[in-house]
Design a protein around this ligand. Structure first.
Ligand code: ADP
Ligand code: MG
Length: 687
């Protein structure tokens, strides 16, 4: 073994510099962060040959005193930190006092600076970290630092530099982030003599987004603003339909610092769950602001990662703020608040600890009124009870289900309500087998059960849809006024749908798939009936606290599955039970199915079970498996494109879409498409 000896300071400096200065973009980052910390309102960045030829950063900040110029280039020399205690409350972007030392160690640096109020400025030249003489010089107020011949004295690093174009692209991306992080500062970026970015510095994030990321991106954004306790979240997220192919457009700032964070990504994406197409990712420019004492920025040499003291709170703040913002958008019509929101279903997702209600009422105070979360069967719910108890009881769930069933024209031959099943050993709570905590289920009181209304028969078919009517009378009159629909009529303890808006007129259905409607404000809506119903089913299943109702098959079905599928399902019989399938081993991989969920066509039994097996095989976590099973159930129970639908079914779907409860199918596809009068007139060259 060679002898151990301490490295000389020059080699030590080069090693330290390597940690901070990895490539030209790291130099730009450090210099611009210094400019921001110096209180500048305008920063100009110029690079040549991807920064390998030259990097120049000019600011109009506070400048450096001539006497302190050489000190600024020493390692661990900083004006931003004094004591150990200061480390726990860093409010500046820089604090390590290493950047200027590191940059000058591996390049040739010139600095020209003048402090405000000083008649004269000063300049200094450094080569490989060795400073020359500080000289008096005329200079504009602020600081200009020029870095040439980066890595000229570290051939090993030089060898690994990528093409100039790759370095230019890296600096370009960085400049976008820096510009977005401080909309109050005007940033100009010039690459090889050509201006590539200019932000106005007017303090508006929207202006910075427009300038840095382009008009197309800016157009599809949804503003986000909210706070939870001392954590506030603001910025923009992409509309669910504008999902992107990668996460590259997820830009997060914490106290004005661009960072990469799996936590924030997870919180953002959780907000889009079931609203965005598979394989698509939301984009965002999100700024999280929290007390400097609640975040540790000293965890990464390049300061691109942080550690939050209260990760759960940060997650909740981002998640709920994004969710609220998405709720408000994409709604076909402003959803009138019909009743207080139900408590969100308790999800034990990654880092999620607070439900939406708690967030909004307690810790979280969104700056805008909290929207009502969609809840299944709003118009059929016994609103008084729900409002009082804040809980969906089993009784209500059952009634909703049966009423909804009849509303959608289903009359299963034999329905086994979960209550009967509960007499024997109580059915496990719906989600427990997949790691969800059992939901507390209020057992129905005997009187309640006696009072339970019999679900009405499907509504009679209003003639307007079956037989096309002549032109609709003006002023706007809905084709099927909701009051004519029996399904919303006078069930004891239930209130009818209270739509403050005029219900959309259903003009008809085309291709047995799309419902055409007209809204009072003169827009035409096309609704995909399967997608809408699938979403309604999905939300219902997800929010339910009980297994779905079942139908006992007169003749049990022997489901012949592949051996693999059969074995997998047999291992998960309790789970199937929770989803409404009563099955047993029939030997040879086959399952004997005695009961199926009431909403599912018995003919779909085998295909549903096959899809279940696929969900169980491919789901990466219990949570994902559960979601996928719910998707399958929701899809199978939905009316299909191509089916002949009862007008009463269509009315229910249209009302849901109009209310804004249903926007996207669980796979993120839109449920409704809007055509304005202007758009139509343009198509016909009238406008
Ligand atoms: P840090 O930013 O971590 O303090 P640096 O090595 O980046 O360390 O900078 C050292 C010091 O030089 C800073 O603390 C600051 O006082 C001063 N400085 C650097 N750049 C500028 C600038 N553009 N304007 C004013 N002061 C600057
Ligand atoms: Mg610095």
């Amino acid at each position: 073994m060679p002898h151990i000896q301490q490295l000389d300071s020059h080699v030590a400096d080069l090693i330290a510099a390597g940690e901070v200065v990895e490539r030209p973009a790291s130099v730009v980052k450090e210099l611009v962060e210094n400019a921001i910390d110096a209180g500048s309102s305008a920063v100009v960045v110029e690079i040549r040959r991807g920064g390998m030829g030259l990097i120049r950063v000019t600011d109009n900040g506070c400048g450096i005193a001539p006497a302190e110029l050489p000190t600024a280039f020493l390692r661990h020399a900083t004006s931003k930190l004094r004591t150990e205690a200061d480390l726990g409350k860093i409010g500046t972007l820089g604090f390590r006092g290493e950047a200027l030392a590191a940059i000058s160690a591996v390049s040739r640096v010139d600095i020209l600076t003048r402090q405000a109020g000083m008649a004269e400025g000063a300049s200094l030249h450094l080569e490989g970290g060795v400073p020359g003489q500080v000289e008096a010089a005329g200079a504009p107020e602020g600081t200009t630092i020029t870095v040439r011949d980066l890595f000229y004295n570290t051939p090993a690093r030089l060898k690994f530099m990528r093409k100039d174009s790759a370095e230019t692209a890296a600096v370009n991306g960085l400049m976008q982030h820096l510009a977005l992080s401080h909309p109050d500062i005007s940033f100009k970026f010039i690459k090889d003599g050509v201006e590539a970015l200019l932000t106005p510095g007017d303090g508006k994030l929207a202006s910075a987004v427009y300038a840095a990321l382009g008009r197309d991106f800016a157009r599809g954004l949804v503003p986000v603003s909210g706070s939870g306790g001392d954590i506030s979240v603001s910025g923009f997220v992409t509309a669910p339909l504008m999902g992107r192919g990668s996460r590259s457009m997820q830009v997060f700032f914490v106290n004005g610092r661009f960072i990469k964070s799996q936590l924030l990504t997870a919180a953002l994406e959780e907000g889009y769950r079931n609203q965005i197409m598979k394989g698509k990712f939301p984009g965002c420019v999100l700024s999280v602001t929290l007390p400097v004492t609640a975040v540790d920025v000293n965890v990464h040499p390049a300061k691109t990662q942080v550690k939050f003291a209260r990760e759960h709170d940060v997650f909740d703040a981002v998640y709920h703020t994004v969710l609220d913002a998405l709720d408000k958008t994409g709604a076909p019509a402003a959803a009138p608040a019909k009743e207080p929101p139900l408590p969100a279903p308790s999800r034990q997702d990654f880092f999620q600890t607070m439900d939406a209600k708690t967030f909004r009422q307690g810790g979280g105070k969104p700056q805008t009124p909290a929207p009502v979360r969609p809840a299944w069967n709003t118009e059929l719910r016994a609103s008084a009870k729900v409002a009082d108890s804040g809980q969906t009881s089993f009784y209500q769930t059952k009634r909703q289900a049966s009423a909804a069933q009849s509303a959608l024209g289903r009359a299963p031959s034999s329905v086994t309500a979960p209550s009967e099943r509960q007499q024997s050993p109580p059915a496990p709570a719906y989600r427990s087998a997949l790691g969800q905590p059992p939901a507390s289920v209020a057992a129905p009181a005997a009187e309640q059960r006696r009072e339970e209304p019999v679900a009405p028969a499907p509504a009679s078919v209003p003639a307007e849809i079956a037989t096309p009517q002549p032109a609709a009378p003006r002023p706007f009159v809905p084709a099927i006024p909701p009051e004519q629909l029996k399904l919303t009529e006078n069930l004891p303890g239930q209130t009818a749908l209270e739509t403050k808006e005029v219900p959309w007129r259903i003009a008809g259905e085309v291709l047995r798939t799309y419902i055409i409607c007209e809204s009072e404000d003169g827009c035409v809506w096309l609704i995909d009936k399967h997608a809408a119903h699938e979403r309604i089913n999905f939300d219902k299943l997800k929010n339910a606290q009980e297994p779905p109702m079942r139908q006992t098959l007169l003749v049990p079905i022997a489901a012949e599955l592949s051996r693999e599928d059969g074995a997998l399902l047999l291992e998960n019989l309790p789970l199937l039970e929770q989803f409404g399938f009563a099955c047993e081993d029939f030997g040879g991989g086959a399952l004997l199915v005695r009961e199926v969920p009431a909403d599912i066509d018995a003919a779909d039994t085998v295909s549903t079970l096959e899809e279940f097996a696929e969900c169980l095989r491919t789901g990466r976590s219990p949570d994902e498996k559960r979601e996928n099973l719910l998707h399958t159930m929701a899809c199978k129970a939905a009316i299909k494109g191509g089916w002949v639908s009862d007008p009463a079914e269509l009315r229910v779907l249209v009302d849901r879409v109009q209310s804004g409860e249903v926007k996207y199918c669980p796979h993120g596809r839109p449920v409704a498409v809007k055509l304005t009068r202007y758009e139509l007139e343009k198509m016909f060259h009238r406008a």
